[in-house]
Ligand binder design. Structure first.
Ligand code: ATP
Length: 654
């Protein structure tokens, strides 16, 4: 059996590896960035190490230090009488406890360094030293700039690719995916989650590498300066860090409890306000007040406890830091004050040791970011791995056109396994006919029309076009034959012209104008400040309901599909607007095969066939006159609508 933790880690590693895959197209740049990072870290170590010669040249005043070749320096391990002050010109003797190899390495490095910068006079040596340090800093900063720029470039490209992939996946998924998910959540995958992933896997990875290099470099410098003192530092530091960490853990726990307590305070207020009638009717004011006071009391005590512990943080951290520093200064500085040892390596140790704190803290932060990012990465891969339920056949048949009829043969459908929405429907829609679907709300009309462009596949039976099952034909071909005008007049944040052009991306301006004219939209478009180039949408122009409908009709006219699905708008328009829309709809339906979810009587009356659907079944079919004469569901609906509008039923014979 696998341990749950191990499984969690494996999962995290899997997500991490897959996210890293987004860097693959830029692997060479990535390598270059890592190289610049390593160089930056190495040069930071070198600039820090300049402290040693600096103390020799400047701090040990009065001497002309770097004039004795290092080759003549006393063997590093050789002992010296404690009282005898060391000539300033000698390179600093490394601490006795260090390995001889480290001492000789230092001696060699010092000798090389001295040769490089030794001048004729102390002032010249100082000048050369300053120039060298300047050069080191220049190089370091150039490398820093390069790695910083390159890593942002790589990061942003990876994030862009992730966003593009999610968006493309959304385009490929079937409708059930979108209906089953909240749109805010779907948007958040592309915005928030991708940002979190950037924080973790793009930026986080770079930070991880950058700080690890820096930390390792400083660690090397620390060990080089005084390995023994480093062991002392760890021995002193570990208990302090442990104590501070415990304190942090306790604080986090109390803070969580305080949040829960605040939530309870809020919930008592909410309950009481919402149920104020019951509270008053039952005379429960006092009980509720006592309850509220108990909750605020609890909240108050946990806040006090949090502050009591929280206030310990700053003094404890400072004391721990000072204790470590003092212990190190005592242990490391003793030889300087009692034996007159050169302070260079000790100062280098302190500087490098302190410098290690920043990357250490940063790595802790990076770890948190990476955890968040991996969780977001997991959510992103759920999208990328989602499979469309409506898929194209492996070898789809091309569908050049529509010649004879659309048929539903024994079609049943359920969104959820145990809730049938359509039950064994049979319907033939011959080419060139207008079929109106009517029936009570929730009967299944919208569901039926969604099967025709294959937004969903039937759970039983089949839909055919000229005798071929829709599941066998090429999806793009099928959808090219179908125009869709829905109640929701979906317009994009684009110009009016581009909103119409979606119907046919290859259409020229004149065709767009012609479609708009037929849809009774040309006039109002021309009256807009920028005509067809006017921007619609959030920050753009707001259009009326009727105008929006006419634009979507223009879009469908431009596409000029042989089959049209029209879900008539139910919202009431004023008489003039209604007339313009109806007129546009009439032109749209002309010479087309259409399935209309009809809410307006005018469309229904002119339909070649009216199909009444109730509870997922076809209960009546016929022409307007036939159905009225039958006196069934259609008749009822018809009467109801006229009763609402207050007009006399048309064609009812009454
Ligand atoms: P209306 O005239 O109100 O639009 P309708 O006849 O078009 O109604 P449908 O929208 O097809 O009816 O709905 C038929 C049934 O299917 C309803 O019970 C509805 O709750 C259910 N339904 C619709 N869409 C979904 C969905 N995405 N998931 C689950 N159930 C759904």
């Amino acid at each position: 059996m696998k341990l749950p933790i191990a499984e969690g880690t494996r999962e995290a590693l899997r997500v991490w590896r897959r996210l890293m895959g987004f860097h693959r197209p830029r692997a060479a740049l990535f390598g270059l960035t890592v190289l610049f990072m390593a160089l930056t870290a190495g040069l930071s170590g070198l600039t820090l190490a300049a402290i040693v010669p600096f103390t020799e040249i400047v701090l040990r005043a009065g001497a002309h230090p770097l004039t004795t070749p290092a080759a003549e320096a006393r063997p590093a391990t050789e002992a010296r009488p404690a009282a005898e002050p060391r000539p300033a010109a000698e390179p600093e003797e490394p601490p006795r406890s260090d390995a001889p190899s480290l001492a000789s390495l230092r001696a060699r490095l010092e000798a090389r360094f001295q040769e490089t910068i030794r001048g004729a006079t102390p002032a010249e040596t100082l000048g050369r030293f300053c120039l060298l340090v300047l050069l080191l800093f220049l190089l370091k900063n150039l490398c820093w700039y390069a790695q910083s720029f390159l890593s942002v470039f790589i990061e942003q490209r990876a994030v862009r690719d992730i966003r593009d992939r999610i968006f493309a996946r959304y385009q490929g998924l079937s409708l059930d995916y979108f209906q089953g998910s909240h749109s805010g959540v779907l948007i958040s995958r592309i915005t928030n989650d991708t940002d979190l992933v950037r924080g973790a896997v793009a930026n986080g990875l770079m930070e991880l590498l950058r700080h690890s290099f820096t930390l390792l470099t400083y660690l090397a410098v620390v060990l080089f300066a005084n390995a023994r003192l480093f062991i002392w530092a760890i021995v002193i530091l570990v208990p302090s860090v442990w104590l501070i960490d415990r304190l942090g853990g306790a604080l986090r726990r109390i803070s969580r409890t305080a949040q829960e307590k605040m939530a309870r305070v809020t919930s008592v207020v909410g309950e009481t306000v919402r149920g104020i009638r019951i509270v008053k009717a039952f005379g429960a004011e006092e009980i509720q007040t006592r309850r509220f006071m108990r909750e605020t009391g609890d909240y108050c005590s946990s806040l006090v406890r949090m502050t009591r512990l929280g206030s310990l943080g700053t003094p404890l951290t400072e004391m721990a830091g000072v204790a470590v520093a003092m212990a190190l200064i005592y242990i490391g500085g003793r030889r300087i004050v009692t034996e007159g040892a050169a302070p260079g390596y000790f100062l280098l140790f302190l500087a490098a040791f302190l410098s290690m704190m920043h990357p250490l803290k940063a790595l802790h932060q990076v770890n948190l970011h990476i955890q968040h990012g991996l969780a977001a990465g997991k959510r992103i891969f759920e999208v990328l791995d989602a499979r469309a339920t409506v898929r194209e056949a492996p070898a789809p048949r091309p569908l050049p056109g529509f010649a004879r009829a659309l048929r539903l043969e024994g079609v049943s459908f359920a969104y959820e396994p145990d809730r049938q929405v359509l039950r064994g429907l049979d319907l033939e829609i011959p080419r060139g006919k207008v079929v109106a679907l009517v029936g009570p709300s929730g009967g299944g009309k919208s569901t039926l029309v969604q099967l025709i462009p294959r937004f969903y596949d039937p759970t039983a039976g089949r839909v055919t076009i000229d005798g071929v099952d829709l599941r066998e034909v090429r999806l793009a071909d099928l959808r090219r034959l179908i125009g869709l005008v829905t109640q929701e007049t979906t317009l994009f944040q684009e110009t009016i012209a581009n909103n119409i052009r979606i119907g046919n991306p290859a259409a020229g301006d004149e065709e767009i104008r012609a479609a708009a004219r037929t849809a009774n939209a040309h006039e109002f478009i021309c009256a807009l400040p920028e005509g067809y180039d006017t921007l619609i949408g959030e920050r753009g122009l707001r259009l009326s309901g009727g105008e929006r409908q006419r634009l979507t009709i223009a879009r469908a006219l431009l596409k000029n599909p042989p089959i049209l699905i029209l879900d008539e708008a139910t919202s009431a328009l004023d008489a003039e607007s209604e007339r313009l829309v109806q007129d546009a709809v009439r032109r749209l339906l002309a010479n087309r095969t259409a399935i209309v979810i009809a809410h307006r009587l005018a469309t229904v009356r002119n339909a070649d066939l009216i199909v009444a659907i109730e509870r997922g079944e076809i209960v009546e079919r016929g022409t307007h006159e036939e159905l009225l004469a039958r006196g069934g569901l259609y008749h009822r609906l018809h009467r109801l609508q006229f009763a609402e509008s207050g007009a006399a039923p048309q064609g009812s014979g009454a």
